[in-house]
Design a protein around this ligand. Sequence first.
Ligand SMILES: [Mg+2]
Length: 320
Amino acid sequence: MSAIAAVDTALWDLKAKAAGMPLYQLLGGACRTGVRVYGHANGQTVEETIAEARRYREMGYTAIRLQSGVPGLASTYGVSRDKMFYEPADGALPSENVWSTPKYLASAPNLFAAARAALGWDVDLLHDTHHRLTPIEAARLGKDLEPYRLFWLEDTVAADNPASFRLIRQHTTTPLAVGEVFNSIWDCKQLIEEQLIDYIRSTVVHAGGISHLRRIATLADLYNVKTGCHGATDLSPVCMAAALHFNLSIPNFGLQEYMRHTAETDAVFPHSYTFDAGFLHPGNEPGLGVDIDETLAARYPYQRAYLPVNRLEDGTMANW
Ligand SMILES: [Mg+2]
């Protein structure tokens, strides 16, 4: 589906260029003036994470994902040394993380209690558990986080079994998001039709391109599910631009993830999209509004990098 997505996205780019209009106009026009995005604040401690969140607010963000180190664990998902350009694929061979669900479940609510006390209520907060919980653990976390009114709780459980979301849904009013690894409308059909989630996180690049993602969004709209496209740094500026034109043109847009690319990456992909006061706009150049400087790209040869592997404290291999 990623191969299909590449061809599909290129064809939409070409057609919009031939039509002499930005892609969102070809898709039906703008449903809103901009695309609201969220950034990632993370730190080893609660205090460090809140200080990062303040930095994002100063940059203009109105929605922020918070991830903090877990006391008693040396490292965890979503917490990195490089704050602004987080890339979890960190080595030529996989590094090893140690995970403890009990330690995590004991600490996560403290992060959000402290965050609300420090940041107030005039900011949307999000959190990602990276598919590490069982349904009953996810249900408990959702309940524990209810007082802090999260915008969404993401990837609570592995979504291979959509029915497991029924149990989470029965227990908590915390909004649920999932789908960044989904490849087609069939991966999310049951979750959407049974209204087991609030945000579908499928992306242009993983789910067959703009054409297929529009089908997912149309299905989701029938059931009050909004979009929340994945936007990690390994998704290029081409993917980001495609997401922005898509987001601007659909009625049930929710929120867009925006992890910034480095200056080197931005230079390889000159683009017309811009950030202002918590919103991205794709700009008004014909097509996607992104180019690829192939000469500059040739200066950056492929480097092998792996995501970490995860073990429980007793050495058991676990889902990272
Ligand atoms: Mg996620």
